[in-house]
Design a protein around this ligand. Structure first.
Ligand SMILES: Nc1ncnc2c1ncn2[C@@H]1O[C@H](COP(=O)(O)OP(=O)(O)O)[C@@H](O)[C@H]1O
Ligand SMILES: [Mg+2]
Length: 350
């Protein structure tokens, strides 16, 4: 080693070293004072001023106990730190002895933020539980009717016809759910690939309106369209059909009341984007539900959604498709004032 390779002193090397690390790192003295903290640690603990006492900065008994053991000569260990305010966060804190030449035993704390990993894990578990539950209900009903048809209703032709209709509906519901789940996973896999084809969203919307007109008539809803000749975006036609279909279908299903009503569908170019807005004049949505509507299986009223053939996945699909198209979804609603779901997608060549 030449003189140039040798840092001015050990502390300078130590500080440069921890400063280079991406995770929050603290060096603790035998008196439990903060001897050094890198930038991620200083931003995690803004209260650090100088050589503060660690227990004043970090209120985590498990971590402080581990530090005590390591300072007393123990081996490195890992403790958990669970912070609940202002936001819930979870860290693994690695507590290791730092033996420096001719000095007392110091301790290095390295914090690993597990908050996001934990959240993803919880979402995955919830998702599987929700999907299984949604499938189990129609399956149980199907099996129940099969048993009835094999037993009590064996020779009852009228009951058989009635049960078969219900069984077909339950089977269709399961098929719909599986289709939506597969679409969702397919779109998620492609999330990073931006679709490029020329798609006329006016044509797409007209197509969906035609397909949904019978359903609108059943619900005594008039679909009103206001649109230019054409609006071409960079997109995937099938996916954009799903977006328009889901939004218009929701407006019909949840926006219709006892009396006759209308759904306004507006298409326009705003700057470099095409905007599709679907507005209904139904009961609207309370503010606490708004941020959660695009979560998988989230429904304001699960019973109502199921009765109308919903899977609770429609808006999750819309959100993912719109994100893949580098667009955005905005929802505006107030209870009693109806709801507007608007999607903005960049125009082709814009
Ligand atoms: N236009 C609307 N008016 C009122 N509530 C709505 C509207 N659109 C969606 N919602 C609510 O959002 C929930 C989620 O919608 P979605 O993801 O499409 O699932 P689904 O239609 O299968 O229930 C619906 O169950 C409903 O509670
Ligand atoms: Mg829906």
């Amino acid at each position: 080693m030449t003189d140039q390779d040798r840092p001015a002193n050990e502390t300078a090397l130590q500080n440069a070293l921890i400063e280079a690390l991406p995770e929050p790192v603290l060096v603790i003295s035998p008196a439990r004072r903060i001897a050094a903290a890198n930038a991620p640690a200083r931003s995690l603990f803004p209260a650090i001023k100088g050589d503060d006492l660690l227990p004043h900065i970090l209120r985590a008994p498990d971590v402080l106990d581990a530090i005590g053991r390591v300072l007393a000569g123990g081996a490195a260990e890992v403790a958990s730190w669970h912070e609940r305010v202002p936001v819930e966060r979870l860290f693994d804190v690695h507590v290791a002895p730092l033996l420096t030449s001719g000095r007392a035993r110091f301790v290095v704390l390295t914090l690993r933020d597990l908050t996001i990993a934990r959240r993803v894990e919880r979402m995955r578990v919830d998702f599987i539980a929700n999907a299984s539950h949604e499938l189990r209900t129609p399956l149980a009903s199907l099996l129940g009717f099969v048993e009835t048809l094999q037993g009590a209703a064996k020779d009852d032709a009228i009951a058989r016809e009635r049960f078969l209709v219900i069984m077909r509906d339950q089977g269709r519901r399961m098929a719909r759910l599986i289709d939506d789940l597969l679409s969702l996973s397919h779109i998620e896999q492609q999330q990073h690939l931006r679709p490029k084809a020329d798609v006329d969203v006016v044509e797409v919307t007209r197509h969906c309106i035609d397909a949904l007109t019978p359903m609108a008539q059943e619900n005594r809803v008039t679909l009103r369209l206001e649109a230019p000749e054409s609006l071409v975006v960079a997109g995937d036609r099938d996916e954009l059909v799903r977006v328009a279909e889901n939004l218009i279908e929701n407006a019909i299903k949840y926006g219709a009341g006892e009396a006759e009503s209308a759904v306004d569908i507006r298409l326009e170019a705003t700057g470099a984007t095409a905007r599709l807005a679907v507005r209904d004049y139904g009961p609207g949505i309370a503010p606490e539900h708004l941020p959660r509507l695009t979560e998988r299986f989230y429904r304001v009223d699960a019973g109502q959604s199921r009765a109308k053939g919903g899977t609770g996945l429609g808006l999750a699909l819309v959100k993912h498709i719109v994100a893949r198209h580098r667009g955005r979804l905005r929802i505006v609603s107030e209870p009693g004032q109806g709801a507007e779901f608007a999607v903005e997608i960049p125009l082709q060549n814009a």
